[in-house]
Ligand binder design. Structure first.
Ligand SMILES: [Zn+2]
Length: 243
């Protein structure tokens, strides 16, 4: 089912609609969506129960929605990114924040005019609690397919790291993700008009995965990369945006 949203007019390359009219549609669409889609996530239940409460405040200050370029948005927090990619067949999220952050991510989506049910894929950069703790809640509410590397998938399914992760003694457990699709290095994932490429970047965790895609505005196109903590220099150069 294609995603029918007026914002898509500004996300397709070289769309006929002007930027000003697209922005005007943004506001009215957000109002309609907020009325039509009550929140699916509750602040406290089994999947959103707070963890890491002493550390959490710095990762729970909302900083979105921010449209950073074309179809790419930030819907996360001041010290922890959650990326949203808008396609013409639904939304892709990259990471989810803490379990208790999931209702805030949903609220950010609604502020941008979308519904949690629009989320089709959730991609993971690393299976630690601060980035992946909220994936189970967001996947449950949306029905989205969760994708991660072969090394990260079993950690997400368990909600805890194993002996392969030297940081495990300092990590919090988090709600396990029942179904995870394994993605290999270099694999291309298509949703609607957007193709995201997986880049294995082990280092911070054995299963760390970075992701890249092309993002368009009315008159320009650029490559966007989101990087896990990595052991090699991130991509850079003209037309390249690192989030
Ligand atoms: Zn980490």
């Amino acid at each position: 089912m294609p995603l029918h949203h007026p914002l898509m007019a500004s996300f397709r390359c070289f769309a006929r609609m002007g930027a000003i009219s697209a922005l005007a549609l943004t506001a009215s669409s957000a109002a309609r969506s907020a009325d039509a889609n009550p929140p699916a996530l509750r602040a406290v239940d089994a999947l959103t129960r707070p963890i890491a409460v002493d550390l959490a405040p710095r990762w729970l200050v909302p900083a979105g929605p921010i449209n950073i370029f074309g179809s790419t948005w930030l819907v996360g927090f001041t010290h922890l990114n959650v990326v949203m990619i808008v396609t013409d067949d639904g939304l892709i999220l990259i990471d989810a924040g803490l379990p208790q952050a999931a209702p805030l991510v949903e609220a950010s989506l609604k502020s941008a005019g979308f519904s949690i049910q629009d989320v089709k894929y959730i991609l993971s950069t690393e299976p630690h609690y601060d980035h992946a703790g909220g994936i189970a809640a967001l996947a449950s509410a949306s029905g989205a397919k969760v994708m991660a590397s072969a090394a990260a998938a079993p950690v997400l399914r368990a909600g805890r790291s194993g002996a392969e992760d030297p940081q495990r003694s300092s990590l919090f457990t988090y709600p396990s993700v029942s179904r995870v699709t394994v993605v290999r290095d270099g694999q291309r994932i298509r949703l609607g008009n957007v193709v995201v490429t997986a880049h294995a970047t082990p280092g911070h965790t054995p299963g760390s995965m970075s992701w890249s895609w092309s993002s368009c505005t009315r008159s320009a196109e650029g490559d966007v990369h989101t990087c896990a903590d990595i052991d090699r220099p991130p991509p850079s150069g003209p037309g390249c945006l690192l989030v």
